[in-house]
Design a protein around this ligand. Sequence first.
Ligand code: PAF
Length: 284
Amino acid sequence: MTPFRTQVVRSIPALRDMVGRWRRNGDCIGLVPTMGALHEGHLSLVRQSKMQCDRTVVSIFVNPTQFNPDEDLDRYPRQEEKDLDTLSSEGADLAFIPVADEIYPDGFCTAVHVDRVTIGMEGTVRVGHFDGVATVVCKLFMQVQPDRAFFGEKDYQQLITVQRMVRDLDMPLTIVPVTTVRESDGLAMSSRNAYLSEDQRRIAAALNRILHETAASIVAGLGIETATAVARQELLDAGFDAVDYVECRADADLAIIESLNRPARLLATVRLGAIRLLDNIQIG
Ligand code: PAF
């Protein structure tokens, strides 16, 4: 028996043709948007989609508009053949792998801007990042027209931004959040973990540990401002080169909170050399 192969389409008409046929058949369509370099975190999104939908489309597109000029766009890991083998063994039906011109043709000049939930944290460190994310995700939704789209909680501000966009623009689909997949020492899976040296990899595990300790202190009554300042120092002491932010925000909409008067989320981003590591956990 020939092993299952995920079909590949590279153009929007070919994508629409394939998905249109499924839709006419009454199939529920799941979309997993990715930038490739697939790891267990992505696979958990694909598995959720397979469980909840009849057809699963995975997009692989390293989106240039969400990178700033000083970021790692050129160095971002690209491994199409390996990704396609992985998707085939997971049983993903279709991989949409467009070239940049297919997504941003000559003369492209439209952007989707989501306000408020993009202010602060990644929105401050990576100016314009969420415009790039919202624009490409909006386009992918228009192209695939999925019933459900699956996003990891690891990029929590991205997840909330996409949820907000879908609600605000009445997009007819459901965003499904998926729990972060972690290494055995707690490090959240990320395509960028591949860049860590052995020493950096050891230090990296402290991020999740310190987030848990900080959450426990906040639950025990330590003020948010004090607890996050202590966490910053502990992260530096653990060997991280810099701390971009440690913040405690409302879980539902990332509003700034001064006390634990509703479900909250502790979010942090640190740097090891040129590598940025993000993590977040729920509190309460
Ligand atoms: O999370 C990612 O990999 C990207 O931001 C996404 C959602 C695929 C948009 O380019």
